[in-house]
Design a protein around this ligand. Sequence first.
Ligand SMILES: Cc1cc2nc3c(=O)[nH]c(=O)nc-3n(C[C@H](O)[C@H](O)[C@H](O)COP(=O)(O)O)c2cc1C
Length: 275
Amino acid sequence: MDIKEVITTRKSTRTYRDEAITADARENLEAYMAQVTSPFDIKTRFALIDAERAGLQGERLGTYGVITGAKNYIAAITEKAERYEENLGYAFEQIILYATSLGLDTCWLGGTFQRAAVARVLDLKDNEVLPIISPVGYAKDSRSLIDSLFVKISSSYNRKDWSELFFEDRLGNPLEKGRAGHYAEVLDMVRLAPSASNKQPWRIVKCGDMFHFYLCRTPWYRRILRFDLQRLDMGIAMCHFDLMAHARGLTGKWVDKNPGLPTDKHTQYLITYAP
Ligand SMILES: Cc1cc2nc3c(=O)[nH]c(=O)nc-3n(C[C@H](O)[C@H](O)[C@H](O)COP(=O)(O)O)c2cc1C
């Protein structure tokens, strides 16, 4: 599958058929997880969990009725180092997209699961944390009531307009699509990225040929969760940007080059893509 097709196909699934993934899917997924890349030199590891065998069905896994039916989960473990959130977001989204290309369904879970119960079966080391898991399996034809509610509350099918996400020279000055050149399609794919509660905190400012990535925080969000999920969202956006740019023959690297643009108090500079 072409990356654009994979990105447009992916959506969060919370209602699964009562089936484990096939042996072939498991083998492919495990091989991919073992070699997945990430932008920074921070150790990550990924584990495919058989929920029944690990004693993690239903309430034990604590998905609070949000996820039903799934037999398998992917857990994302990372060393806690500077920029681990973006790094893990980037790596895990590649796995999610790879699973999508295999015809599997997934759902990023940063809040609605019992972290301690999952961590227990993974033998976490001292400096390791478990910010995210995802069920992986096959979607049921119709969503459960809670699943439908989640989709509705998060407006999951909608995304912010281009003019709210992408800017030229300064935040607040919308980037005209025609001025984005070959990167218009790349930014289109960033716009479709999943994000925690669909808050879409990514803001990108094009200055010349550089793309500066900013995080626009939802003020209360960080306080209610143990992990900085919105920085994971930024890693997901970086992943979509890189994969789509690469697919169109555009190359660049991630650099720390803060242009010092004025921001509001909720918005912070994170990183720059330099062609
Ligand atoms: C970092 C992150 C954490 C998330 N945590 C949860 C969660 O705890 N529970 C849940 O049901 N969905 C969770 N989601 C899924 C989002 O709600 C979903 O991606 C968003 O509403 C957009 O919908 P879509 O994925 O179908 O495009 C999370 C997504 C991300 C990226």
